[in-house]
Design a protein around this ligand. Sequence first.
Ligand code: WTA
Length: 651
Amino acid sequence: MADASIESVLKEDRKFDPPGHFKARALVDDARLSSMHERAGKDHAGFWADLARREIDWHRPFDTALDDSDAPFFKWFADGELNVAYNCLDRHLEDRGDKTAIIFEGDDGAVEHISYRELHARVCMFANALKARDIGLSDRVVIYMPNTPQAVVAMLACARIGAIHSVVFGGFSAPSLKDRIEDAQARAVITADGNYRGGKLIPLKDTVDKALADGCESIETVIVLKRAGNDVSMDDGRDVWWDKAIDGQPAECEPEWVEAEHPLFILYTSGSTGKPKGIQHSTGGYLLGAIVTCKWVFDLQDDDVFWCTADVGWITGHSYITYGPTALGATQVVFEGVPTYPEGDRFWKMVDDHKVSIFYTAPTAIRALMKLGNELPQKHELDSLRLLGTVGEPINPEAWMWYHRVIGHEQCPIVDTWWQTETGAQMIAPVPGVTPTKPGSCTHALPGISAEILDEEGRPVTAADKGGNLVISRPWPHMLRTIWGDPDRYKSTYFGKYGNQVYVVGDAAERDEEGYFRILGRTDDVVNISGHRLGTMEVESALVAHEAVAEAAVVSRPHEVKGEAIVAFAILKSGEPGEALAGELRNWVSEQLGAIAKPEEIRFADGLPKTRSGKIMRRLLRAIARGEQITQDTSTLENPQIIEQLQRAGR
Ligand code: WTA
């Protein structure tokens, strides 16, 4: 979508006011929201500084709010000192020590309640265990764990000692894990023997062993949680069981006070090249973003039961499981399993069982559950719910309306939250007691967030329903600080287009006549499969790493449940094109990158459509993958006959 203007065909007229009962108790009302916008407009840095002083317990208060002298390497609250684990745990002990922090439900249905006091003790013990293995300030620790309280404990323990965690989603393959370990030069891996998801064993430790088998020399320690009880091999010098590691460790651990700009974590995400980027977040600014958005967008209050269904392996799990809700002292559900196991009403049953009041999930899950019919949710009361949320990809109005009616019983505002791994927290989203919502729109930018749409020349796009490039034109506290080990890539990827102050999102967007934002999709070679970002280049590199493949191009096409699905075009150097090889290649990609990257379809041909200068014409491939008429100008094509062959390959 490199076009200067992107026309949208979708027109949505429905609009929903916040229900009266919701408005009546909301944390943010009209007046407060207006005054926040006004204050932020007049004094951007001062607005954020006030919030940072109010919301965070500082060990040493800061004087300087924003330092932009080295843009685009911005610093927030840089002379302040704090500890994130202290803010998420210790400060609640006096008033909320016995309050439930986590209601954990395992894949098998077993439930465990963990209080703030207990969570604090577990984090301290694990932090001491890390220290005992010589892990400390600024060391990188890879966490490759199931979505369990121990994953949260491991993250908070790293934060407590100033170690930098890099959580790798448990669905990633050994080669992906290895790349991330090596890029971060991690000293330790925290994992589990395995775990069950949807009744299926995920052998995490085996995958770690494979990743460490060649390379990963920086790893000295592997801590292994016993979860599934499957057989694993333990390397005597390197591997230790979690229980053994914490055995005898004290339940107190003095927090390591770090500067606000100290990296809290790295999280790898896909970009336009073959190599994932290590998105580096800060301590103070990041924490502030997680806290204020939990208040503004989730209206998260003391008596709520919050449930974010994401995995801690993604940014959503970082900000809205590990850090945001705990910093507020909230009660939340953590779930290890999948929405459809043992039955398609698992989510709805859990909402009733745990009296969930705020529920946050992905459009792909909503679509998948919608397909199962209304009977499943209708078996449950769902009357504890007061707010629903979505994240990760555009939600189609049909799924939005189903969520509104069948899950929310028309009583719950829906917050469609737009943000990214890089933005650290929600950026464009409704404030549910104030903002009337429209299906398919993430509505307006939050206070202190300067979201705009620019054309290719950098001019603001002001006309309604005209697309352009979404940008954030001022730094914000919870923005990424750099790409780990690659500041040049940070600068060119995010600030290359419009200068050092304007963050380029990588999404196209438009606004309607009332200024409501609608996200139109990525402008780079990133696709969004079931709400997960994937670089097409990563899939292409995996394909050409197979002995039979000479060249590959990967595009996406719309998919009813996943949002987008991958279609790969492959040129062979050996082997026979056909079902067997297509199946082999699909599995190959899954082994190389993880199951989410598995192509839906592989098409073989003798060549790819290229311009005379040798550039693959991706827009053309996209049209072919979608079975659309070719309307583009193909006169610059080197090899026009290839088009028909590629179209035929899909029949
Ligand atoms: C897309 C997930 C439309 C978008 C938090 C963005 C969305 C990418 C929405 C980031 C939304 C996320 N509406 N699109 N509400 N939320 N996206 O880094 O393309 O995994 O750039 O962060 O997902 O994906 P990421």
